[in-house]
Design a protein around this ligand. Structure first.
Ligand code: SDX
Length: 428
């Protein structure tokens, strides 16, 4: 018998097996705990609870490590190719040249939206939140691609994944164009993945947007850094919805809704609002840090802190350098980058943040890079979702193809009224 832990309660002694990991924390297998002790565990934010075994992404929060299928993310920064990372996450290894070319071609084939879907944009209010549009439109892929409501073989999963990954750009761009009162720009098959998104976002009928290498690289890098992050809130949401054998479109649409929250993917928008407020003189950096420490203040230092990282988020490190590089190449400056650097400097010298091991996370600098590319602020979390989609799909596929998979159904500790009787209205 392998390693075990012993749980002793009263006159009961129960041995529970330990599940070893390839890297990172081992786990106590409590799947028989209730049967053997009549008790459950209590871990309300699931911070100590593994909901699955996964081989996709590894995060070491203490050491600030993030690896996709074992490859450190730092190794993708030289010549970032988001579609290559999409393939790696979903299929488990780096693609050969012909495999990557074939997958890129599949994405190109699926970049158009069904005209019926395009028309539904006309009934969406122009000021609709882009994340609401994204979630609703991803769900509506199930109207137009009903052949993928049940995907049981590998080829169907690949086809459904390609539709999602390719069309999410078109949906995002159309949502943005609608909010700006601009005509939709159709995808252009001559462009690579990120260049096509930039084309749909920024070209106008009589003037094609010129994609520069530094901007295309910056967007590939942004999407890569957001591509997966093990069992974060939105990915766990995708797993929970998918565990009911709900289709891939509905599962990813649910992930969009979870990502929307300001404590999660929505933080990249809150960071820019915070930096703009400081830059506009509404509040000083020092006051911003003071309010973030004040428990009576609703203000947080957005872009700081993390459920796992007790060290600098490796993605924030890369994004900070990328901001500086892109601005240098574009011969531009953004005062918000200086403000962000000042905030970081103040926080990392403040015992409140140091003692709690609060460091910049992926959202702290990502918005500044998106601004440099010209993406409107209200589209930042949508860009996070575009990047995260392959991670959601890979995690959904890993769970969906696991023959031992069960519906995810946590228990609770009940603290409500014990048995009581119904009281007729006349006696209340
Ligand atoms: C993402 O999980 C993932 O992997 C997510 C993500 C991904 O790739 O999917 O990495 C993406 O969501 C990054 C996080 C983006 N959110 C923000 O930037 C919002 C600001 N951050 C905080 O709200 C907070 O740090 C969370 C939500 C990220 C984490 O919340 P926790 O787990 O409650 O934080 P914690 O337990 O580490 O907090 C410890 C202490 C607490 O104070 P005390 O009770 O000890 O007095 O630190 C405080 C917290 O109040 N704290 C903050 C803070 N973050 C934590 N205080 C002020 N500002 C902050 N940002």
């Amino acid at each position: 018998m392998g390693d075990t832990v012993t749980v002793i309660h009263g006159d009961k002694r129960v041995e529970l097996p330990i599940v070893c990991s390839a890297d990172g924390d081992p786990a106590i297998d409590i799947s028989q705990l209730r049967a053997k002790t009549g008790m459950i565990t209590y871990d309300p934010s699931l911070a100590n609870t593994g909901i699955c075994q996964s081989g996709i992404t590894f995060v070491d929060g203490e050491r600030g490590i993030l690896r996709y299928r074992g490859i450190p993310i730092e190794q993708f920064t030289e010549k970032p190719d988001f579609v290559e990372v999409v393939w790696l996450l979903i299929f488990g290894r780096l693609p050969k040249r012909d495999e990557l070319a074939e997958f890129s071609e599949l994405l190109t084939e699926n970049e158009l939206l069904h005209e019926g879907m395009k028309q539904q944009f006309q009934r969406i209010p122009v000021d609709a939140p882009p994340m609401a549009i994204l979630s609703a439109t991803l769900t509506s892929l199930a109207f137009f691609h009903q052949e993928f409501l049940e995907v049981e073989d590998k080829e169907s999963i690949v086809q459904a994944a390609a539709r999602l990954i390719s069309k999410v750009r078109t949906i995002a761009a159309f949502a943005c164009r609608r909010s700006l009162g601009l005509p939709f720009m159709y995808p252009d098959p001559k462009f690579r993945y990120c260049a096509n998104f930039l084309h749909m976002m920024f070209s106008i009928p009589y003037r094609q947007y010129v994609v520069t290498p530094e901007v295309e690289d910056a967007l590939n890098l942004l999407f890569i850094l957001h591509a997966d992050h093990e069992q974060n809130c939105s990915t766990s949401t995708v797993r929970i919805v998918g565990s009911a054998r709900a289709n891939l479109f509905a599962s990813c649409a649910a992930g969009v809704c979870a990502l929307w929250g300001p404590l999660h993917g929505g933080a990249n928008v809150e960071v820019i609002h915070m930096l703009e407020r400081i830059h506009a003189g509404g509040i000083s950096p020092e006051e911003c840090v003071r309010q973030a420490k004040d428990k009576t203040s609703p203000l947080k230092l957005y872009g700081f802190g993390h459920r796992l990282y007790r060290n600098y988020d490796p993605r924030a490190k890369i994004l900070k350098v990328a901001c500086e590089r892109v601005f240098a190449r574009m011969n531009r400056k953004d005062p918000l980058l200086d403000t962000a650097r000042r905030l970081e400097e103040l926080a990392l010298a403040d015992p409140y943040f140091v003692d709690r091991k609060l460091f910049p996370n992926v959202d702290f600098y990502s918005g500044i890079l998106l601004r440099a590319i010209g993406i409107p602020t209200n589209m930042f979390t949508v860009c996070f979702a575009i990047g995260r989609l392959p991670g959601w799909i890979a995690q959904w596929k890993e769970q969906h193809t696991d023959p031992s998979g069960k519906i995810l159904r946590p228990r609770q500790v009940y603290v409500g009224p014990t048995e009581t009787n119904y009281v007729p209205m006349s006696q209340r």
